[in-house]
Design a protein around this ligand. Structure first.
Ligand SMILES: Cc1cc2nc3c(=O)[nH]c(=O)nc-3n(C[C@H](O)[C@H](O)[C@H](O)COP(=O)(O)O)c2cc1C
Length: 214
């Protein structure tokens, strides 16, 4: 029997967006929205974003990762390079990142090219993580099939002993990606589904700003 969800809907009316009011630079615009979300206290996991890659099987694949930094070059996240997403990016480096902050009725969609961060950048972030997270990153063959949970718990116990006195090194299969944006769309919910969509697209070295139909 079909579970009909037709009546789940709400009206959006918390804000508006126009070409005149946005910042000419999309990273500045991102910064302003990001801090509004961070400071609003209504947005949980403000830096959680959906990373979409084109899978090796040709099927697009999305999963949540955490944004760990951003600057004029783009957006940074960290992962296992041998994971499904790592292998997908190795084969095809175009990706998208998207944020949805329901309480602000806002969505941001970033498209661009992913490249590995330098070892120094990866190491700096790896070393800043709590010991448990560093050991977790080392011991997990992310995205591989495993027989049971115990394998992970046993490996963790083993590694906790090994690294009782000395710090673990950054493994070569783990690190960051920088997503250098070629387009960034800011979406603000509006009444009657006539939402505001402002898209920045990289045109040579300049950002072209356009309004899109909702
Ligand atoms: C809130 C949240 C944050 C996450 N952050 C990360 C992250 O920063 N890096 C990461 O590799 N996986 C993160 N994950 C797990 C991924 O969603 C995913 O399960 C994992 O990376 C394996 O994906 P893959 O098999 O497609 O490579 C997070 C999941 C959630 C729900």
């Amino acid at each position: 029997m079909q579970d009909n969800l037709h009546n789940i809907r709400r009206s959006f009316d918390k804000g508006s967006l126009s070409k005149k009011t946005v910042d000419p630079n999309p990273i500045q615009q991102f910064r302003s929205w990001f801090y509004e979300a961070k400071d609003s206290e209504m947005v949980e996991d403000v830096n959680a974003m959906t990373l979409c890659t084109l899978g090796l099987d040709g099927i697009p694949s999305g999963r949540v990762v955490l944004l760990k930094a951003y600057d004029e070059y783009g957006f940074y996240f960290y992962t296992n390079y041998n994971s499904d997403k790592g292998r997908a990016i190795e084969a095809y480096d175009k990706v998208s990142l998207s944020f949805f902050w329901p309480s602000l009725e806002r969505q941001i969609i970033i498209k661009g090219k992913a490249s590995k961060t330098s070892m120094e950048t990866s190491k700096r972030y790896f070393d800043s993580r709590p010991l448990g997270s560093r050991l977790g990153a080392i011991l997990s063959n992310q995205s591989q099939v495993i027989d049971n949970r115990k394998i992970l718990d046993d490996k963790l116990k083993e590694l906790e002993k090994v690294y009782e006195k000395n710090d673990p090194e950054l493994p070569d299969y783990w690190g960051g990606y920088l997503v250098s944006p070629t387009s960034i769309e800011f979406w603000q919910g509006r009444p009657n589904r006539l939402h505001d969509r402002i898209r920045y697209s990289l045109d040579d070295l300049d950002w072209r700003i356009e309004r899109l139909a909702p």
